[in-house]
Write a protein that binds this ligand. Sequence first.
Ligand code: NAD
Ligand code: IPM
Ligand code: MN
Length: 358
Amino acid sequence: MAHRIAVVPGDGIGREVTPEAQRVLDRCGEIWSFELEWSLFEWGCEYYLNTGRMMPEDGLEQLRQHEAIFLGAVGYPGVPDHVSLWGLLIPIRRTFQQYINLRPVRLFDGIESPLRKASAGELDFVIVRENNEGEYSEIGGRLYRQTEHELAVQQSTFTRRGTERVIRYAFELAQERNGVLASATKSNGIIHTMPFWDEIFAQVSADFPEVETGQYHIDALSALFVLKPQSLDVVVASNLFGDILSDLGAAVAGSIGIAPSANLNPEREYPSMFEPVHGSAPDIAGRGIANPIGQIWSGAMMLEHLGHPEAAAGVVSAIERVLGETSIRTPDLGGASSTAEVTDAVLGALNEQAGARP
Ligand code: NAD
Ligand code: IPM
Ligand code: MN
């Protein structure tokens, strides 16, 4: 049976890298005998300028009919970010209870990390970002506009349920990986929510005595990401901290253009969503030079979720081969290739694997 996938390319380079990744995923279907049935939803900032909405009123209902959502990027100059993101991306994450945002970071062979001492293989960790609550909140407001007393108040919301489930997920993941879990908070400065997170972390850790834990202040952890990223295995963080750490992690692994992410509803009650960590990159949009690897790797995470682990591993090893054995790369990685040339190279590596299969 075909997997019904909703594809939302969105804005900017999202529209360039999404179809490229679809080419790779469709080829996987041919090689590993499954079918992806794509429904294209051209929602985003252009749709907003034409209709006054980022998606139709029943948009979420339409998405819900699918097994997974494959998204490019949302947000573009001309529409304020709080309108575009809270009109499309964030409602998807929340309505579908995609409370885990899984963001792997890996330094591939053939990529030079900006950190001189890091070499491929040593730098391989996953950020587990809380994706439904925390600092991203609509609670609060602005008062006394345009006066000297003008102020803005923003409330963070950390629930026991929301905090516990993401921490538990991270412990389970650490148990499957190398058994080391770092938690990011800022309990010395943020006095209600962060000690609450720490307390729940300590409670959950009692169920995982074999996992080695570290509780860090976010500022110190950011320094560790730069100074000793080799020591990281799984990192669990609140919505905002996880967001910031994932661009930092991507940068130490060479480029934000290669970083993938999975917005998971682990209970599978709702569709999960797969999208790269990066945004719509207006500074390079329309030039055909966006790195497609973040989108392609996100597609591999989607294949894994759909029950095709061998296809997912095939895509990742095709990426490894292109980066490790050729100089085909987009300008963000110091190369001169186009988006399509990198995708073609990944497809070439995939085809070679298919040929070599018994
Ligand atoms: P961005 O990630 O779009 O770009 C940051 C920098 O990284 C830019 O210099 C860009 O050229 C580069 N870059 C990003 N992806 C790349 C790729 N695939 N290949 C090569 N270079 C790449 O972040 P931004 O500029 O802060 O945001 C632009 C817009 O995207 C904003 O509207 C923002 O809100 C939105 N955004 C959306 C998402 C999402 O949909 N998940 C994520 C981040 C930002
Ligand atoms: C991401 C993005 C989004 C986030 C923005 C665009 C709202 O930065 O997916 O990392 O912060 O979640
Ligand atoms: Mn981000």
